[in-house]
Design a protein. Structure first.
Length: 265
C-alpha cells in the first residue's frame, strides 16, 4: 500500500512539473508597458498629481548610505488600472481582482492610422473585426490592447490630453481617442475579453460625459489598463501580459506595472 501511494505521488508531481503550462510562456524579452511616475506624469485635470518627498539620501552617522522617500498620488494617473468598482457599485476593487484577470495572452489592435487626424476617434467594432480578418478571431479570455499611437506624446499634456490646463474646467477641453461603447459591449459579450488596455488617458474618449465604455466593461468585471506605452513594440498576437497593480484595499484604481513578454522566435 505504501509503495502504491508513493508511486501515485510521484506521478502527480511529474504531471504538475510537465511543461504544458510553462510552454505557453513566451521565451522572448520582456517589454515594459508602463510610464514611470515623476513630476512629469500626466494626470486627469482634476486628480492630484504624483509627489515624491525625500526623507533621507546620504551617509548616516554609522557610515553607511541610506535613502528613503514618501510619495503620494491619485489612484487614476500615470499608467494605472481601473478596477470595476470605479464605475460599477459593488463590483471588484483593486485588491479583489483575481490574478488570472491580470495575466494572459494579449492581442494588439492598431488604430493609429484612424487616430492620426481624429483626436476624438472612438475605436469601433469594425476595427476589431477588420483586425480579425487578418489575425483570426480574438479568443475568449484574451487581454485586448488598443494602440492609438498617443503614447508618443507623453508627457506633453497639451498633446496627450488635448489640454495642459488643470481643474474641473479643463475636463471639457479633453481630446484623445477611446473605445466606442458598442465596441466595449462587443468585446465583453461576443469575445469575452478578460481586460482591455490602451495608450490614452481613458477607455472612453476625451469628450465623453457619460463614460459609457467604462460602465459597460466594469459592470461585467472587466478591468482596464490606461496610459500604457510601448504597444508599438508588440506583435498583433503572441505576447503574454502581466499587469500587476499596487494592491490597495478597497481601491477604485492603482498604479500599474505592466509587462509584456514577447513570443518565441
Amino acid at each position: 500500500m505504501k509503495s502504491s501511494l508513493i508511486a501515485v505521488l510521484a506521478i502527480s508531481v511529474a504531471a504538475c512539473s510537465r511543461p504544458a503550462d510553462s510552454a505557453r510562456w513566451p521565451a522572448g524579452p520582456p517589454i515594459d508597458l508602463s510610464h514611470d511616475y515623476s513630476d512629469q506624469t500626466v494626470f486627469w485635470p482634476t486628480a492630484e498629481s504624483f509627489k515624491l518627498d525625500k526623507v533621507a539620501d546620504g551617509v548616516t552617522q554609522q557610515g553607511y548610505y541610506y535613502a528613503a522617500n514618501n510619495f503620494s498620488t491619485s489612484e487614476h494617473g500615470g499608467t494605472h488600472i481601473d478596477a470595476p468598482v470605479h464605475f460599477a457599485k459593488g463590483h471588484w476593487s483593486v485588491d479583489q481582482i483575481p490574478l488570472e484577470q491580470l495575466i494572459g495572452a494579449a492581442v494588439v489592435v492598431d488604430v493609429t492610422a484612424a487616430c492620426a487626424n481624429q483626436p476624438d476617434y472612438r475605436v469601433t467594432t469594425g476595427d476589431f473585426t477588420a483586425w480579425e480578418r487578418s489575425n483570426g478571431e480574438i479568443p475568449a479570455g484574451t487581454i485586448v490592447l488598443i494602440r492609438t499611437g498617443y503614447s508618443r506624446f507623453w508627457p506633453d499634456a497639451s498633446r496627450y490630453l488635448g489640454t495642459a490646463e488643470r481643474g474641473a474646467g479643463a475636463v471639457a477641453k479633453l481630446h484623445f481617442p477611446g473605445l466606442h461603447p458598442d465596441a466595449a459591449r462587443w468585446l465583453a459579450e461576443s469575445r469575452r475579453a478578460k481586460a482591455v488596455g490602451l495608450d490614452t488617458a481613458s477607455i472612453d474618449y476625451g469628450q465623453s460625459t457619460m463614460y459609457e465604455s467604462h460602465r459597460i466593461l466594469y459592470e461585467r468585471d472587466i478591468p482596464a489598463f490606461e496610459n500604457l506605452t510601448n504597444l508599438d513594440r508588440l506583435p498583433a498576437t503572441g505576447a503574454f501580459v502581466v499587469a500587476l497593480p499596487m494592491k490597495i484595499k478597497g481601491g477604485s484604481g492603482a498604479p500599474l506595472r505592466a509587462v509584456a513578454f514577447m513570443p518565441r522566435t
